[in-house]
Design a protein around this ligand. Structure first.
Ligand SMILES: *[C@@H]1O[C@H](CO)[C@@H](O)[C@H](O)[C@H]1NC(C)=O
Ligand SMILES: *[C@@H]1O[C@H](CO)[C@@H](O)[C@H](O)[C@H]1NC(C)=O
Ligand SMILES: *[C@@H]1O[C@H](CO)[C@@H](O)[C@H](O)[C@H]1NC(C)=O
Ligand SMILES: *[C@@H]1O[C@H](CO)[C@@H](O)[C@H](O)[C@H]1NC(C)=O
Ligand SMILES: *[C@@H]1O[C@H](CO)[C@@H](O)[C@H](O)[C@H]1NC(C)=O
Ligand SMILES: *[C@@H]1O[C@H](CO)[C@@H](O)[C@H](O)[C@H]1NC(C)=O
Ligand SMILES: *[C@@H]1O[C@H](CO)[C@@H](O)[C@H](O)[C@H]1NC(C)=O
Ligand SMILES: *[C@@H]1O[C@H](CO)[C@@H](O)[C@H](O)[C@H]1NC(C)=O
Ligand SMILES: *[C@@H]1O[C@H](CO)[C@@H](O)[C@H](O)[C@H]1NC(C)=O
Ligand SMILES: *[C@@H]1O[C@H](CO)[C@@H](O)[C@H](O)[C@H]1NC(C)=O
Ligand SMILES: *[C@@H]1O[C@H](CO)[C@@H](O)[C@H](O)[C@H]1NC(C)=O
Ligand SMILES: *[C@@H]1O[C@H](CO)[C@@H](O)[C@H](O)[C@H]1NC(C)=O
Length: 571
């Protein structure tokens, strides 16, 4: 959650209060800490997920503005909880709450009521959540499924860390009366995004002193008293701020689990705006030490920031990651805001581990989490494409969401390998396209291009349109490309996800045609391609009016609530 939002906040709150019949800075707020006119506290906000840019297999908020994923944890029943930075009253950042959704398969998301509310003078910025199975906090007599959220409270004067506890599994939170649990002296406006994990016999928090380029490590026996333990500072790319650190233990191919520290930086990413870097290393309960001095990037494109790993997954299992699929350089002006009333989606969930497979030693490998719940029928398969092409008209696929996989093998060693593989998704109506491809030779670059879409970008200097990464061919002569395209987002995963590219785009026409071509490949190279349609995860939740209501538990009329809410939207 960036500093700049404080500026937007002033604008959003000013706009907000100007809508109220009275001067709301002086008006009494009766029985609730909630000051948002029309934002429901007892039920989810309803959303229209049918827009031409609405992702169908990705999470996006019911309405208005979303940024960082927050508080991600999986409970004992296998329900994944995703909270997120949410402004329910405008399609720009500012009035930050914790939105909430749950899922058992990480693709079908049930929208829940807002979990933690901003107040008139302070916003609930990013943070994390844990399950206090042993009642270390004392909040949870007679239960082992109490949830504690740890977040940054933002005011114009300070960023301090607070906790809130939930006895109902993470749906409803109560703010701790002893807040804040961690503040600097003197207070800082650049101290945020606590991520807490359990280490053997104590809690560990990593948190960003953003503009000092320090990740602080704090420890606690009870989530209430925090002690400074160490600093990890000035590592990797600095950009202009450190944000949203994660400390996570994950499996290593052919070895014991290892710790990874991720740091998101914004602004100042090498490609502009926002990016996440990661450091494999060791952690002993108080100190993190990186294996080397290298900065490794989580993505080679521009739309993957502030990601988190779910709390509650054993270190021997692949960890599950979700990132914010946008970039602060343009997230608040992309055209979904004006035409469809929402901004920003999350990446697909990714299962992650470490492997030593390239000359850089350590790579985080990210692959789409089990897609079977949303896989539709195959649109095309070909086990021996060789030098050839595949053409698919998917105009009759309602979701317009596709998963594709290309397995290339028997590639001769680097000196001799030749040829190209590339793919294009285009609109039969406007001829716009999004494309990508790989060169089997030279530096083995993989590229993506969003420059041939008309809906956004031509006039925005930050919405750069081409991205690439060097991806050496494996010693065993293989190359694997996986991709997911979902209306306004494309994610590619190279070679079990050791390189990942996440790219949003906003075409005027509907993309409905896929072409995949290979040319110039060495004789004997085997190309196997499979393309599947994906089922919309949201369509299943739509009511007769086409609206996704979420987990409505109260008797009140939510369609009405939604209209009220849409009516109150601020651009
Ligand atoms: C609203 O109240 C504040 C605080 O009393 C005051 O500074 C401001 O001028 C008032 N604005 C309007 C529009 O009355
Ligand atoms: C798991 O489900 C059971 C039965 O529905 C419920 O009683 C329990 O509270 C749930 N546990 C968690 C951690 O949500
Ligand atoms: C809970 O207590 C058990 C038994 O002492 C311990 O092994 C475990 O690490 C503790 N876990 C948490 C999250 O408190
Ligand atoms: C949880 O902690 C509180 C405060 O220490 C205590 O009153 C309560 O008995 C504890 N409950 C359990 C089940 O340990
Ligand atoms: C720091 O800011 C918090 C929140 O605004 C406030 O409660 C606290 O008193 C401040 N502390 C100091 C030392 O100014
Ligand atoms: C953790 O590592 C730090 C730095 O190497 C060291 O000072 C500290 O004693 C270690 N703690 C434990 C418990 O080993
Ligand atoms: C990675 O593997 C190579 C051999 O393939 C080995 O030389 C190198 O030491 C390994 N790196 C690490 C960090 O284990
Ligand atoms: C690379 O492949 C070529 C052609 O198959 C072969 O002649 C050469 O020995 C190979 N080089 C290595 C280092 O394997
Ligand atoms: C080829 O090597 C890569 C990198 O080590 C590995 O991930 C992949 O599984 C191997 N493929 C086959 C078919 O052995
Ligand atoms: C894509 O591949 C085809 C066939 O090899 C080739 O004609 C075309 O130039 C390639 N496009 C790009 C942008 O590389
Ligand atoms: C709906 O929300 C309630 C809490 O408000 C929760 O107990 C219940 O599990 C939720 N149901 C679903 C299907 O998400
Ligand atoms: C809910 O409100 C909508 C819009 O005002 C109305 O059309 C619908 O009949 C209402 N439904 C119920 C169950 O009251």
């Amino acid at each position: 959650m960036m500093l700049k939002n404080v500026v937007f906040l002033a604008a959003a709150v000013a706009a907000q209060t100007s809508m109220a019949p009275t001067n709301s800075t002086t008006a009494a707020v009766p029985t609730s800490t909630v000051f948002d006119e029309g934002v429901p506290t007892d039920q989810p906000i309803a959303g229209d997920y049918s827009g031409v840019w609405r992702p169908q297999v990705h999470f996006s908020p019911p309405t208005e503005f979303m940024n960082d994923p927050n508080g991600m944890f999986v409970d004992a029943n296998g329900t994944y909880h995703l909270y997120y930075q949410y402004n329910p009253t405008a399609t720009v950042a500012g009035n930050q709450h914790w939105g909430h959704a749950t899922s058992t398969d990480l693709y079908h998301w049930q929208n829940q009521k807002i979990a933690i509310f901003a107040t008139e003078n302070s916003q609930i910025f990013s943070g994390s959540a844990v399950i206090d199975v042993n009642n270390t906090s004392g909040f949870f007599p007679n239960q082992d499924n109490g949830v504690v959220a740890i977040y940054t409270l933002n005011t114009p004067y300070a960023q301090v860390q607070e906790i809130a506890w939930s006895i109902d599994g993470g749906y409803t939170f109560e703010k701790y009366s002893g807040n804040p649990v961690l503040e600097l002296s003197p207070n800082s406006t650049q101290f945020r995004d606590p991520k807490v994990v359990w280490y053997e016999d104590h809690w560990v928090m990593v948190i960003a002193y953003s503009q000092e380029f320090v990740i602080g490590v704090f420890t606690s026996p009870d989530l209430k008293e925090w002690t400074h333990a160490s600093n990890f500072s000035h590592h990797g790319l600095l950009g202009l701020q450190y944000e949203c650190p994660n400390l996570v233990q994950m499996p290593v191919e052919g070895g014991d689990p290892m710790w990874v520290l991720t740091i998101s930086i914004n602004p100042g990413a090498p490609l502009g705006g926002s990016i996440t870097e990661y450091f494999p290393g060791t952690f002993n309960g108080t100190h993190f030490t990186a294996v080397d001095a290298a900065a490794r990037l989580g993505d080679f494109s521009k739309d993957n920031y502030a990601g988190q790993f779910f709390y509650g997954i054993p270190p021997t299992e692949e960890q599950i990651y979700i990132g914010w699929a946008s970039n602060w350089e343009y997230s608040q002006v992309v055209p979904t805001g004006q035409s469809e009333g929402w901004r920003s989606a999350m990446t697909v969930p990714r299962r992650t581990k470490l492997a030593n497979v390239t000359r850089v030693g350590w790579n985080m490998m990210d692959q789409p989490y089990d897609l079977s719940p949303i896989l539709d029928s195959p649109l095309a398969t070909n086990d021996s494409l060789g030098n050839g092409s595949i053409f698919i008209d998917y105009s009759s696929l309602d979701s317009k969401a596709i998963y594709f996989q290309c397995n290339v093998s028997s590639i001769p060693n680097g000196t001799y390998s030749m040829g190209t593989l590339n793919f294009t998704f285009s609109s039969s109506q406007t001829q716009e396209s999004v494309s990508g491809g790989f060169f089997f030779g030279g530096d083995n670059p993989f590229w993506m291009n969003r420059g041939k879409v008309l809906g956004f970008g031509e006039t925005n200097p930050f919405f750069t349109d081409k991205f690439s990464v060097g991806n050496p061919i494996n010693a065993n002569g293989t190359f694997v490309l996986e991709g997911i395209i979902d209306r306004s987002i494309l994610e590619v995963f190279l070679d079990q996800g050791r390189a990942v590219g996440t790219m949003t785009f906003f075409p005027e026409g509907v993309l409905d045609t896929m072409v995949l071509k290979t040319a110039g490949l060495n004789e004997g190279v085997v190309v196997s391609v499979a393309v599947w349609g994906l089922k919309s995860a949201w369509a299943e939740y739509e009511n007769e009016e086409g609206i996704v209501m979420g987990n409505v538990t109260s008797a009140s009329n939510s369609t009405q609530a939604m209209r009220r809410n849409l009516g109150a939207r601020l651009y």
